[in-house]
Design a protein around this ligand. Structure first.
Ligand code: 5GP
Ligand code: ZN
Length: 142
């Protein structure tokens, strides 16, 4: 349940204040304290899990509905031109707070944020190698 060292568990428990936007028995949404743009919102499962793969499936579905609601409200309320829905999983992907969370980030035309750089496969075989290694695992998960 609660990880005593986890900052988001402390927010769920009310031990650290947060600017709450939504709360039910499973999910909490609040403003990110250091927003990429104003209105940047975090959506988290209340029960501690470290990342997407550890999240309860039902709660993941619930989060998805709330993300949609938050994104619509951000578009109208912040009057932005677009938004990013992101989730950093594991430190290698930029995760800093090790309690699962989705970001909804308001975006504005010309806000200067760059997308990550895009790479290339060396050839069709290289691409097929990647496709196959993923597909094989998917078969195991059926
Ligand atoms: P990550 O890089 O782990 O995906 O993002 C963690 C996010 O949590 C960061 O954007 C950071 O600003 C936010 N954050 C960290 N500590 C707090 C806090 O105490 N309160 C709030 N509201 N956001 C926090
Ligand atoms: Zn936690």
């Amino acid at each position: 349940m609660k990880d005593p060292d986890c900052v988001f568990c402390k927010i769920v428990a009310g031990e650290i204040p947060s600017a709450k936007l939504y709360e039910d028995e499973d999910v909490l949404a609040f403003l990110d304290i250091n927003p990429v743009n104003k209105g940047h919102t975090l959506i988290i499962p209340k029960v501690h899990s470290e990342n997407y793969l550890e999240m309860d499936e039902k709660v993941t579905e619930k989060c998805s509905k709330i993300i949609r609601k938050i994104a619509k409200s951000i578009m109208d309320g912040i009057r932005c031109d677009g938004f990013n829905i992101t989730m950093n999983n594991y430190p290698a992907a930029g995760q800093v707070v090790m309690h699962s969370h989705f970001h909804v980030i308001p975006r504005f035309e010309g806000d200067g944020l760059k997308h990550w750089p895009q790479g290339k496969y060396s050839d069709d075989e290289d691409m097929e190698d990647s496709r196959k290694s993923i597909e094989e695992r998917m078969d195991l998960l059926k």
